[in-house]
Design a protein around this ligand. Sequence first.
Ligand code: PGA
Length: 250
Amino acid sequence: MRMKIVAGNWKMNTLPAEGAALAQDIVNAIAEVPSDVQLILAPPFTHLDRVEEVIKGSAVALSAQNCADKDKGAYTGEVSAAMLAATGCTYVILGHSERREYYHETSATLNGKMAMALVNGLRPIYCVGEKLEEREAGRHFDVVGSQIKEVLYGLTPEQIACVVVAYEPVWAIGTGKTATAEQAQEIHAFIRKTLAEKFGVLAENIPILYGGSCKPSNARELFAQNDIDGGLIGGAALKAEDFIAIARSF
Ligand code: PGA
């Protein structure tokens, strides 16, 4: 049985007090969410402490949106995986398309971040996904296959067992345009097959989340697909009601 996960990626939104209030609204509504669905909140770094205070003792888990690819030292502006773990994070989002696009994260950087996350006991939520022009050129399988191979194939069986994958087609992020359930299932099955080629049966247990304009109105159809194990939610995660409604969509 694979984990079912609904993770909220708040990106660079909310001030700390607003984030704490949003987390509180989610904690207050958790009884409405089936107990086999893991909720994860990924607020900005500055809110982690406060959000951790709010969710402590609940079934909601804390994630960061990024971590450094180095252990510690003179890296101004960076936040280490050890710092995140000490702040209560149990997950970290890595390789989000916005990080790849605007901050030039490559597979090389992501290998370092992955290693740091795993060494410090954080479960990486590793994001992959193609751009619009790549899909239009029919290259989406190649692009996503390379993203998986270049960053995950170097892991040990023990390490891959900690990883969550998120497929987020770049053309669907924040655009209101969602992949159809068939398009998403097709590539999720491809991701699982690619993982199975390296890790065998372990691939069966790796949660693969869909992200990209996932909302209460489309979550049910997406989550009903065989290889879709939940969602990485951006915009709709900023409203407790929508986030909870998505988590009730399995
Ligand atoms: P969105 O973002 O739900 O706003 O499209 C998803 C994501 O980027 O994680």
